[in-house]
Design a protein around this ligand. Structure first.
Ligand SMILES: Nc1ncnc2c1ncn2[C@@H]1O[C@H](COP(=O)(O)OP(=O)(O)OP(=O)(O)O)[C@@H](O)[C@H]1O
Ligand SMILES: [Mg+2]
Length: 496
């Protein structure tokens, strides 16, 4: 495992092909499973809205339908095509207004596409806009029956599911109050509880879970995971990139109504991050240019203070990385205590992660950091030199902080993170980053270089060493003590 784990590293059966022997399970030898039957097929879908500048234009258009046009066309979606198989969870990401909700509504059948077609096999349950599908004057209980009936369930079938729905929603006596008195969190609890109990073939979730509290969200994600493993297909829209990476295996990135990227959730989330980064950068560049330009006459072109060349980031970054590239992650190694390269770690063994960055200009306030993700995409930890600086400051240890140092163009800054490996058995990906933190508490960040799949390693457990369950070993001190057994009551005591 070394710097030569470049972005071209390929994954073979989910294991990075580093040219070295990696532990393989029996599953690796199994034939590939048959492709899942298609549950959703979206073909060339477009949605055009007519935009009227004034309300009277709408009326005029109705009268002079064939003679004049009083509206502009706005395409919220253009030529969107993809398929989703049974039991697949697919995330849809994109900026506000990119067309995510429009697409979900078309798939749910509540909106008609202007072009193209959607085919869905089976029963669809959808959590779209908050409170949609509820009659707000009815109680929660009445709405459960109303929703069930709309989705084709008999009263008996809803009776059978009612306790499970009420139990999941967990809103107590409010179940018998009109829905209009509910908070948004309560609304989404009830809506989610109803939809997931209807045994759908396709479950569509549009952003809704964000309004639930943390415990409810945890239960929802668990439930979504159960549904997916039970064969339910899930389409999931969220601005929370972590949830998309964790919950879904594939994703689609929409941009201005068109598909900008499609692929594994990890790839698409990275594309989305890159898009946000590029747009943010362009915005600040534009703002900085405007501020620098003296009124009223534009000044001659001034070299920008940061991000010297926007195109450079595109030209030099590759599929797995992005950033302003004023500093570059050039080497990432995962090693044992003495710097020896390793790909497999057992509980408690020392592990070192070493990240080297080349500076392409003088820089200060640097933070060299990494994230570890397991095979399921869960971010197991993220840590960087700034986290270490903050910890030192809080403990008043007086060690020099990386954040306080200034570095020169051409220097290579190397950060080493080391400690015992406390991770449960899995495959881990190292994402390495170098950022400039203009504020020491992560409030203002510029991404100089972000590199996905910068390195990989495995952890295992063996009978010869100790083992533990779950995702990590907390290293707990453990004691077992014995309390004397209660003595049997005496004859006299029993008589009293
Ligand atoms: N009824 C409508 N008439 C005109 N334009 C509409 C209508 N509904 C949606 N739009 C436009 O379509 C575009 C896509 O909207 P949509 O709600 O699908 O975006 P989104 O990706 O879900 O955004 P968000 O992340 O904010 O939820 C937006 O520009 C929106 O203004
Ligand atoms: Mg939306």
């Amino acid at each position: 495992m070394s710097s030569d784990v470049t972005p071209t590293t390929t994954l073979v059966d989910g294991v990075p092909d580093t040219g070295k022997d990696a532990p393989r399970s029996d599953d690796d030898l199994a034939p590939p499973p048959d492709p899942a039957p298609c549950v959703v097929r979206v073909e060339g879908v477009g949605k055009c809205y007519h935009i009227y500048d004034r309300p009277q234009d709408r009326l005029k258009q109705a009268f002079f339908r064939w003679r004049r046009t009083y509206h502009r066309e706005f395409w919220a979606l253009r030529d969107v095509s993809f398929e989703v198989g049974r039991g697949e969870a697919v995330g849809i990401v994109g900026r506000n207004g990119s067309g995510k909700s429009t697409l979900l509504q078309i798939i749910a059948g509540t909106l008609t596409p202007t072009t193209g077609s959607v085919h869905v096999a089976g029963r669809v349950a959808a959590l779209l806009e908050l409170g949609s599908g509820f009659n707000h004057d009815f109680t929660g209980r009445e709405n459960v029956y109303l929703n069930g009936a709309v989705l084709g369930l008999s009263k008996r079938e809803i009776d059978d599911r009612f306790d499970a729905i009420a139990g999941f929603a967990d809103i107590g006596d409010f179940l018998d109050q009109p829905v209009k008195t509910y908070s948004s969190g309560m609304l989404v609890r009830l809506a989610f509880a109803v939809q997931v109990q209807l045994e759908p073939d396709l479950l569509i979730v549009d952003e809704a879970l964000a309004v639930g509290d943390a415990l409810f969200q945890k239960r929802c994600y668990q439930r979504l995971e159960e549904l997916r493993s039970g064969g339910v297909t899930i389409l999931f829209v969220s601005h929370d990139q972590e949830s998309v990476r964790t919950l879904t295996s594939r994703a689609v990135l929409l941009h201005h109504g068109s598909v900008r990227a499609m692929g594994t959730a990890a790839e698409v989330v990275l594309d989305y991050r890159r898009l946000l980064h590029d747009e943010e950068r362009a915005y600040f560049q534009h703002a900085a240019d405007r501020l620098r330009r003296p009124a009223p006459r534009p000044a001659p072109a001034v070299a920008p203070a940061v991000g010297a060349d926007v195109d450079a980031s595109h030209a030099r970054s590759d599929r797995l990385s992005f950033g302003a590239l004023e500093a570059e992650v050039v080497d990432v190694r995962v090693t044992g205590a003495h710097g020896e390269e390793k790909t497999l770690f057992y509980p408690g063994e020392p592990i070192r992660i070493e990240i080297a960055c080349m500076l392409h200009r003088d820089l200060d306030h640097l933070n060299i950091a990494f994230r570890l993700r397991n095979k399921q995409g869960v971010k197991v930890t993220s840590w960087g030199t700034l986290n270490d600086d903050i910890r030192n400051w809080s403990r008043a240890e007086g060690r020099p902080a990386t954040w306080d140092r200034s570095f020169r163009k051409g220097q290579v800054v190397r950060a080493v993170f080391e400690g015992p490996c406390i991770l449960g058995p899995n495959l881990y990906e190292v994402q390495a980053t170098v950022t400039q933190e203009l504020d020491p508490h992560y409030k203002s960040q510029r991404i100089l270089h972000w590199r996905d799949e910068a390195a990989f390693f495995h952890t295992g457990q063996s009978a010869a060493q100790y083992s533990f369950g779950g995702v990590c070993d907390l290293g707990l001190a453990t004691t077992a003590s014995v309390e004397p057994a209660p003595s049997a009551p005496s004859e006299g005591a029993r008589a009293r």
